[in-house]
Design a protein around this ligand. Structure first.
Ligand SMILES: C[S@@+](CC[C@H](N)C(=O)[O-])C[C@H]1O[C@@H](n2cnc3c(N)ncnc32)[C@H](O)[C@@H]1O
Length: 197
């Protein structure tokens, strides 16, 4: 595993915003997948305070485009990247991913995508990027077993129904062997690593 957290300031941020940052074990899966092949340009959907974007940029040397709808989180993220000397490697895009992602994939060729935003919208993100990515592009998605409710066919509790049904559709899509090679890991909230075939 390469060194991918360059500065103790990133770890301090994890202390403060940990609930909104990929868990450490999930991060290791993410970074392992990212460094498994050379990457030129990475798309991240869901920036929060910029922790995983920083790790992806640092570990791969690729440029990271990252999308977030909460401007106050992006302010924290931009300070982190500046403090860690990574501002030139990461471009933040403020706005709803449903609107921003279709524009980005038309403008840039991505060879690695990390999906970590609205849990009920993963299928929409996948549909938006699929035709624009090449065979061999890797997609990593976090929280694919949201609260342990996605696996199995049980009827989800009312308050999580939209997320769980949406995530089940997403899992069906990425495990379609005619489109992806996919491995799922139980770490964190469940993390999927898929390669377009
Ligand atoms: C789990 S956090 C991302 C964590 C980050 N990838 C990390 O590990 O450091 C999910 C983020 O997605 C953002 N988000 C949720 N829905 C979104 C949407 N529709 N468009 C853009 N961002 C969204 C949330 O504001 C939140 O900051």
């Amino acid at each position: 595993m390469p060194e991918f957290v360059p500065d103790a300031r990133a770890e301090a941020l994890r202390e403060k915003y940990g609930f909104d940052i990929i868990p450490r074990d999930g991060l290791e899966v993410l970074i392992e997948a990212a460094v498994a092949a050379p990457r030129k340009r990475i798309l991240e959907i869901g920036t929060s305070v910029g922790y995983s974007a920083l790790c992806l940029a640092t570990a791969t040397g690729a440029h990271v485009d990252t999308v977030e709808r909460d401007e106050s989180k992006l302010d924290v993220a931009k300070k982190l990247w500046a403090d860690c000397g990574a501002s030139n490697s990461i471009t933040a895009h403020l706005g709803d991913a449903e609107r921003v992602v279709p524009e980005l994939v038309k403008r840039h060729k991505y060879d690695f995508v990390f999906i970590d935003a609205a849990k009920s919208k993963y299928c929409g993100y996948l549909d938006a990027i699929y035709d624009f990515i090449d065979t061999g592009t890797v997609i990593v998605a976090d929280d694919v077993n949201f609260l342990g409710l996605v696996k199995g066919g049980e009827y989800p509790p009312h308050k999580h129904r939209t997320i769980v049904t949406g995530m089940r559709r997403f899992v069906r899509a990425i495990t379609d062997a005619s489109r992806f090679e996919c491995t799922m890991s139980d770490v964190g909230g469940g993390i999927a690593v898929c390669t377009k075939i």
